[in-house]
Design a protein around this ligand. Structure first.
Ligand code: PHE
Length: 441
């Protein structure tokens, strides 16, 4: 018997817990910064509407219809071994993501400790903020240590089962996160030159749009909704049969996007006010916020609360990235849950170590990229879109009408949107973007 979410709200909180994490808090602002601001945000929203949301619906429906983990689900719906392999690929993607995700989450945890020590409220200049992050992330013990501790926390939650841990975690986290973001946004808007940040985010310059920018927007849309790696198939399999998919998923997409945009405003108002480079990359959040915490009243309290919430948000996402592999080991290999959790987490730790060392020892492994850049690029921009593509193709073309029925939506417009997007719009757009990556044009 599968463990079901307690209620509709339970599912929404769990899916939100998976979606809302480092993707919207840490990654969204820096890819916006690297890809030209407002025009990227518009592309990103377009990708969410035309690709991300239909893929999310497809994955949830696949899970709900089969009540199985990805490779078994793909096999059951298609009766084909090739599709089962596509399902299996998503397991590996999730596993790879969980390995470097935990490294960044480890930075968040490390910054929580810095906040408690009072070190995030004594940073006056952007040079100090940059050198603090650079020296911490270049310390292999700091990076590997917190990567390890973070995974131990994830194991602790996973041992108690999916439902309790994730549902409770995100129920507490979400309202608090919105509160802290509200404070940071209001503060950011009142900073000198803060409005320049708002302009950067909301007044588009389309001359910055290239196919590469499209690829990044697509990758971000997939990553932030935890798509293409089995997570949402698993979560769909825990959704009670009678629950409506469209509305539940719509709430998740809207709330997650709101959090990303609020985070963008909080960061870029501060970036333009303090002189941090918008193109600082993965360091952006960690370099910008200490300057804010040093200035605002109650900064000590807010710095602790913020990084505590980042850690919890990352935890509920990390768990959901590990879960497909764990479910596979339990369903397919008949492993006991605790053993499956331990094995997967130890694997994620080992694979994460080179990512953790990418800011000190392994800064350039191939193509002028660090190990971290390489695995995150390959998984987020190639493997994840491939996983998403297989989900929409399966739902759009390989199954009979009953998957549309499973949406259980009487609204003709919803059925039309779902059918057109899964059959044509999403596969064509994902295909075009991936072909561009191969240098076809
Ligand atoms: N969506 C999560 C986030 O934005 C990341 C994630 C990716 C979680 C893949 C699970 C699976 O932080």
């Amino acid at each position: 018997m599968r463990e079901n979410w307690k209620s509709r709200i339970g599912f929404i909180f769990a899916a939100l817990g998976s979606a809302v994490g480092l993707g919207s808090i840490w990654r969204f602002p820096y890819v916006v910064g690297e890809n030209g601001g407002a025009a990227f945000i518009l592309l990103y929203i377009l990708c969410l509407l035309l690709i991300g949301f239909p893929v999310l619906l497809s994955e949830i429906v696949i899970g709900k219809a089969t009540q199985k983990s990805p490779s078994l689900a793909f096999k059951e719906l298609t009766k084909s071994d090739i599709w089962a392999k596509a399902g299996k690929m998503t397991l590996i993607t999730g596993f790879v993501i969980s390995s470097f995700y935990s490294v960044v989450a480890g930075w968040g945890l490390g910054y929580l400790i810095e906040a408690i020590k009072g070190n995030l409220t004594t940073i006056e200049t952007s040079t100090q903020a940059v050198s603090r992050f650079t020296s911490l992330s270049a310390n292999p013990y700091w990076c590997v240590g917190f990567h390890f501790i973070f995974l131990v926390l994830a194991v602790a939650v996973l041992f108690s089962g999916v439902r309790k841990g994730i549902e409770v975690g995100s129920k507490i986290m979400m309202p608090l996160l919105l509160f802290v973001l509200g404070v940071l946004v209001i503060n950011g808007l009142s900073m000198p030159d803060g409005m320049k940040g708002v302009k950067f985010l909301f007044s588009p310059d389309f001359s910055t749009v290239t196919p590469q920018v499209f690829l990044m927007a697509l990758g971000q849309a997939f990553f932030t909704l935890s798509l293409g790696q089995g997570t949402m198939i698993i979560y769909g399999s825990y959704l009670p049969k009678k629950d409506k998919v469209f509305n539940n998923c719509g709430i998740v997409v809207i709330l997650n996007t709101c959090i990303a945009i609020l985070m963008g405003v909080a960061i870029f108002t501060a970036v333009f006010s303090t002189g941090i480079e918008p193109t600082s990359g993965p360091a952006l959040l960690f370099e910008t916020l200490p300057l804010v915490f040093t200035k605002i009243s109650g900064g000590y309290f807010f710095s602790i609360l913020f990084f505590l919430l980042v850690t919890i948000a990352a935890l509920t996402s990390e768990i959901s990235a590990l879960e497909p592999m764990i479910a596979y080991l339990i369903d397919r290999k008949k492993m006991a849950r605790k053993k499956a959790v331990l094995l997967t987490s130890i694997g994620a730790f080992i694979l994460g170590v080179p990512s953790a060392l990418s800011f000190s020892l392994l800064t350039n492994v191939a193509f002028n990229m660090s190990f971290f850049d390489l695995v995150s690029f390959v998984s987020i921009n190639i493997l994840v879109p491939l996983g998403g593509l297989s989900a929409v193709l399966l739902v759009g073309w390989k199954t009979k009408k009953h998957l549309v029925d499973l949406l259980e939506d009487k609204h003709k417009s919803v059925q039309w949107y779902f059918t057109v997007c899964t059959r044509y719009v999403a596969p064509v757009l994902i295909g075009l973007i991936l072909l561009d990556l191969l240098g076809v044009y």
